[in-house]
Design a protein around this ligand. Structure first.
Ligand code: PFF
Length: 529
């Protein structure tokens, strides 16, 4: 264990910083708009199930791996993985096989991605999960920063009194005009990435922890105000019903995968961010409790954002399926309907908090990559930050362009449509679909398989026990969970169902099967109907 490694000041510091990574644009911008596009209630239900049976167990795996190894993702896998692993080879070869299948279905772009991933897994074994995570972080930040930039733009708009509309049309006109101002969008995007970089240079505790402690609670309060306003608008119940009453017949294979991908995206799991953050915790902390608190806080924020938005969407005549502009259009209108004519101030405050929530998430994506260079390649922190920032900006600019003047580079548009077969294939969408719907779930699946079958639940539980000792273990269930020769098994006083054993079963069986079924369902080899 490195003597100089920085640590969070206490478990609250860790929970808030990690919640800071988890809570961001995913909760407030993306969740409402994808729920709106995928039919509302049924989508929310699947999302909640994914959070419970996939998100929470994997979150605990990542924290445990980080704290055990005191290393970031790549190092953690390198330290714990065996020299040769049949399972890794099996996964690698299955991916190559999938790539061939994708070729048959003429999904050339995805086939190439699969082929590269499969090759990497066969070559580097489990360590490649960490390496792929480093790339995934950069890919996500590259398009996340476009929306981060929009939030900064909307702060300026709010304070200069431009967000004074209440109708959908006025809102959409303004949003589209804003989105198409390419130079401005790129400047704001780069500004957002540079802000992340500035915070990251200062290191973990100073940079990340301080911000999260003050600002997360403020965002929470502002959401409550928005919900109260939204719910008291005439016709608001339609919005509540849309969000909370599921109509399962509206679900498609695609929306199941979107819900699954979003569970990963919103919790920042599947790419090693949480391994990295977990590596800065000390061994006295109760990581079971921390994982649960982070997941509950994150889910609460998403549902609250939904409750703030959908009642207003229906009451004020907005379109629920408006896509990425939804939050930017609807919320200023809600603020303008608060008596007192202070809409600009409310909106300004809201977008400031949203920008900060986005920053605390953005820095965590950079941190995975930076920690890799610092821990593994022994680079200076500054140098690592400069390199990762530069790559992110270069890649990110394409996403910004793709949302505005896309038709000016028609050849690229066409190439993406035919390579990735996505309906509205902007570079932005491709990056989003690739990372959220595929790379994160694949990363999460690999993390669960690694902990469940390679490193072993038994060792993981030993680590979890430090700081959280109240688990006892059992016969049958502990056997299934891989805990049969665990020392506390010999205690006379054990109980049948423990958190430890339930978690073991989830990680070994339920979580991997759930992720794989969603993949197969989407690829079309399996139908639930
Ligand atoms: N969880 C963040 C959000 O919901 O906005 C997004 C995110 C952060 C995804 C960090 C991935 C990541 F590594």
């Amino acid at each position: 264990m490195s003597e100089t490694r920085e640590h969070w000041s206490n478990s609250l510091g860790f929970v808030l910083a990690t919640a800071g990574s988890a809570i961001g644009l995913g909760n407030i911008w993306k969740f409402p708009y994808i729920a709106g596009q995928n039919g509302g209630g049924a989508f929310v239900l699947i999302y909640l199930i994914c959070i419970a049976i996939i998100g929470l167990p994997i979150m605990l795996c990542e924290i445990t791996l980080g704290r055990r190894t005191q290393k970031s993702a790549v190092g953690a896998f390198r330290m714990l993985s065996p020299k040769r692993s049949h399972l890794a080879n099996f996964i690698g070869f299955s991916m190559i096989f999938t790539a061939v299948a994708l070729l048959v279905f003429k999904q050339y772009g995805w086939a190439v991605v699969m082929l590269m991933l499969g090759g990497m897994i066969i070559r580097f074994g489990w360590t490649s999960v960490g390496i792929i995570g480093v790339f995934t972080g950069i890919i996500i930040l590259s398009y996340y920063s476009v929306v981060g930039g929009w939030t900064i733009g909307y702060i300026i708009k709010a304070f200069s009194g431009k967000l004074n509309y209440v109708t959908e049309q006025a809102a959409a006109t303004q949003f589209n005009a804003f989105k198409f101002g390419l130079t401005r969008v790129i400047v704001l995007q780069i500004g957002f990435i540079l802000l992340c970089a500035l915070i990251i240079v200062r290191g973990v505790r100073n940079g990340i922890e301080k911000w999260s402690k003050i600002l997360m609670p403020l965002l929470f309060v502002l959401l409550i105000i928005l919900i109260l306003r939204g719910l008291t608008l005439p016709g608001a119940t339609k919005g509540v019903n849309f969000l909370l009453s599921p109509d399962l017949s509206s679900l498609t294979a695609e929306s199941v995968l979107v819900a699954l991908g979003h569970a990963f995206f919103t919790l920042s799991i599947g790419l090693g961010v949480i391994i990295t953050y977990g590596s800065y915790i000390s061994r006295e902390q109760n990581i079971f409790k921390s994982a649960l608190s982070i997941v509950v806080l994150d889910t609460l924020m998403a549902i609250m954002a939904g409750l703030a938005i959908f009642p207003a969407v229906f009451a004020m005549g907005f379109k629920e399926s408006a896509g990425p502009g939804l939050v930017f259009n609807v919320l200023p209108a809600v603020f303008n309907s608060i008596p007192g004519n202070m809409g600009w101030l409310w909106a300004g405050l809201f977008f400031i908090l949203l920008a900060i929530a986005a920053l605390t998430s953005g820095i965590s994506m950079l941190e995975v990559a930076v920690a890799f260079f610092v821990d593994e390649l022994k680079w200076k922190r500054n140098k690592a930050v400069v390199l990762t920032t530069a790559i992110t900006i270069l890649l990110g600019v394409f996403s910004a362009i793709s949302l505005s003047n896309w038709d000016k580079i028609e050849w690229m548009h066409q190439a993406l449509v035919s390579a990735f077969n996505i309906k509205s294939a902007s570079f932005f969408d491709v990056m989003d679909t690739l990372s959220s719907n595929w790379l994160l779930p694949l990363g999460g699946l690999s993390i669960a398989l690694f902990v469940g079958w390679i490193w072993g639940i038994r060792k993981a539980i030993e680590e979890i026990r430090h700081g959280s000792h109240n688990f006892a273990d059992v016969h049958l269930i502990s056997l299934l969970a891989g805990l049969k020769d665990d020392p506390s098994h010999n205690n006379a006083n054990y109980h049948v169902l423990t958190l430890a054993s339930i978690w073991g079963i989830f990680i070994r069986f339920i979580t991997p099967v759930a992720v794989m079924s969603a993949f197969l369902h989407e690829i079309g080899w399996m139908s639930f109907k």
